[in-house]
Design a protein around this ligand. Structure first.
Ligand code: MG
Length: 204
């Protein structure tokens, strides 16, 4: 399976990092070895001095698809989760300056803690009306509704599938809202999907 992550998909997050709003959807990959499951602890890597959390809605692809029209994209997922797209901000910044890939900054081992998946039906809501929150040490640091996405989940699926075939079990991280920040040893992160705690990550 593969993990596809969308960047710069919430206006306020683009502003907080001083980035430009892209003309087309920005995406990158993480390898499957990035996955961190079952609320396992996250160990700060020693090859960065600025490790940042990005809480994101994650969609699981449920069948193979290529060149999926946006109006049919809904048929390609039925489960959602929350995940952290953990980013080595200093490594990423250097890569950006030199025009080099973000692979190390985004794809290192355990850079994608993820909750279990929940049926979208369970929430009885449109995927573009899902609330999610991230708490750091008991304080809310990220709070968003998926209606704030620049590109909807269906548009993302349609766009990516023009270039990369989506397969059953692939994950799509759909971008982070504002409020990203640095992770320190001892921090405890809790992510809430529609008010329900679904993910806990302790930083070691
Ligand atoms: Mg991200």
């Amino acid at each position: 399976m593969k993990i596809i992550c969308v960047g710069r998909n919430y206006v306020e997050h683009i502003k907080e990092l001083g980035n430009e709003t892209p003309d087309s959807i920005v995406f990158f990959l993480k390898p499957d070895t990035a996955i961190l499951k079952d609320n396992e602890d996250f160990y700060l890597p020693d090859f960065s001095n600025n490790v940042s959390y990005e809480c994101e809605l994650v969609v699981k692809i449920n069948k193979v698809g290529k060149c999926i029209p946006e109006r049919y994209a809904k048929d390609y997922y039925d489960e959602i989760a929350l995940g952290l797209d953990i980013t080595l901000r200093d490594v990423q910044q250097k890569a950006k300056e030199k025009g080099l890939p973000w692979t190390l900054a985004k794809g290192f081992d355990y850079s994608a803690p993820i909750s279990t998946f929940f049926s979208l039906k369970e929430f009885g809501k449109d995927i573009q009306d899902i609330n999610f929150t991230l708490q750091k040490n008991g304080n809310v640091v990220q709070e968003a509704n998926t209606s704030l996405m620049i590109n909807s989940v269906d548009r993302i699926i349609s766009y990516i599938s023009q270039f990369i075939t989506l397969k059953t079990g692939d994950y799509i991280f759909t971008g982070t809202p504002k409020g990203v920040g640095q992770m320190q040893i001892g921090d405890v992160f809790k992510a809430y999907l529609e008010g329900k705690q679904v993910l806990k990550v302790e930083v070691k």
